[in-house]
Design a protein around this ligand. Sequence first.
Ligand code: GAP
Length: 457
Amino acid sequence: MSASDDSSPVSSDPVVAADPGAPDPDLFDKIVNLSKRRGIVFPSAEIYGGFRSTYDYGPVGVLMLRNVKDAWWRSMVQKRHDVVGLDASILSPPAIWEASGHLANFTDPLVDCRSCGSRHRLDKLEDPDTCPTCGATGQFTDPRQFNLMFKTHAGPVEGAGHEVFLRPETAQGMFVNFANILYTSRKKPPFGIAQIGKSFRNEITPGNFVFRTREFEQMELEFFVPPADATTWYEYWCQTRLQWYLDHGIPAEKLRLRAHDADELSHYSSGTSDVEYLFPWGWDELEGIANRGDFDLTQHAEHSGEKLEYFDQANNERYVPHVIEPAAGATRTMMAFLMAAYDEEQVNDDTRTVLRLHHRIAPYKVAVLPLSKKPDLVGPATELFSDLAETWMCDYDETQAIGKRYRRQDEIGTPYCVTYDFDSLVDQAVTVRERDSMEQVRLPIAELHAWLAERLT
Ligand code: GAP
C-alpha cells in the first residue's frame, strides 16, 4: 500500500488556487493563530498572563528563525571573501552610546492622553491632535523626548559610575572593534564586519506581533570603504539586499526600495533606503541601508582617543573609511517570510493551509512518516530518519492518518514528506510527496539522498 494525500489519489485533487492579487484581510490573525497552534511563536510568560510584546520562539519557530539568520550569514559572510563575522557583547558602557549619539538622539517624541491615560509616539499618530485610543481631541500633553535605551547597572552597586546599557543595535560592536579586526584579519577597505544578535529598545508602542518588539534580533553589516567609493557601494548594497529577499521567496510585488526624504534621515546618515514589505497594514520597513559616512569611526576615535583610520600603502594615503550599513531585523524578516508564504487552497471539500516557504527558510526540510505505527515500519522509518537527519533538519511523525500528517507538514512548510509503507519492506522504495504540488513519486531508498540533495541544495 502506498501513501496518498487524504484517501484519494493526489492526481485527481481539484486544486483551486487563491487569487494571488487579492489581499487577505484576515492574514495577520491567521499568522498569529498558526504561530501559536504550530509552535512557531508564543506570547512570552503566558502562564503569568503574558508579558506585553515579548515573544518566545517555539520548536518550529526556533528552526525558522535560525534559518533566516543562516541564510543571511551564508550570503553576507560565508560567500564573501570581503566580509568577516563578529559576536560582540550586549552589555555596553555609556561611553559607547555617548560617542554614537544614542544618549542624546535615540529618542522618540512621547505624548500622553489626559483623557484616557494612553501613551503614543507623536510622529506615528495619523492626527497629532486626536487620541487613537479614546478619540479625544486636544488632550495630549506636550511632547517629551523619551530615550529608547534600556539602562541597568553592572555589579552589586547601583548608581552613577555603574550604569550600563543593553545595546539598541549591534552596529556599535563593529565600530569599536574596527581596529582589532583590521589588524587581525588582514582585510583592507572595501571590507565588512557582520553580526547577528539581540538588540533591545524600550519602544513606546510595540506591536503588530513580532514586527516591533522591545527585544529583537538584528542582522547587520558595517561595510568600510574608501570615501570616494561610498556612493557606488551604497547603491550596490541597496540592490544586493533587495535581491536577497527576492531570492528567498518574497514576491517582487510585495517588496520595494524606498529612499528616505531628507527629514527622515538618522543623525548619522547622508542617505538611507529602506527595503519595505507590503504588510497587511501597508508598506513598512524590513531593512535600512544607510550611507553613514565617516561619522561612526570619527566619533569613536574622538571619544576613545584611539586612531580609527586606514593607511593605504599603495597610495601613501591615510583616511577614515566611510561606512555603508545594511541593517535588517531577523525577527521582522521571519514575520514577512511567514506572511508571504501563507496560502490556503481548496482540495476536494477541504481547505489546505500551506506555507510555501523557500526550502532554505523552511523549518524542516523533510518529514519521515511511517504509514503505520507497527514496529515493522517504525524500525526502518526511524533508521531512515537518522540517516537523513545527518544532512537535513528532519521531522518524524507516526501519529494519526497519513493525510492529516501531510496537512500538518504543509502548515509548517516542510518541502518533502517521505512515507515508509508496507511495500517499502519489499521494494526498498519510499513515496516522496512534494509540498506545493502535492505530487508523489516512488523512489528507491538508495537514491533518496541524491534526489533530495538536488532539490534542497
Ligand atoms: N544600526 C542601524 C539600525 O539599527 P534600524 O533601522 O533602527 O537601524 C534595523 O534597525 C532593523 O532592525 C530594522 O529595519 C528592523 O528590521 C529591525 N528593528 C528595529 N527595531 C525593531 C523592533 N523594535 N522590533 C523588531 N525589529 C526591529
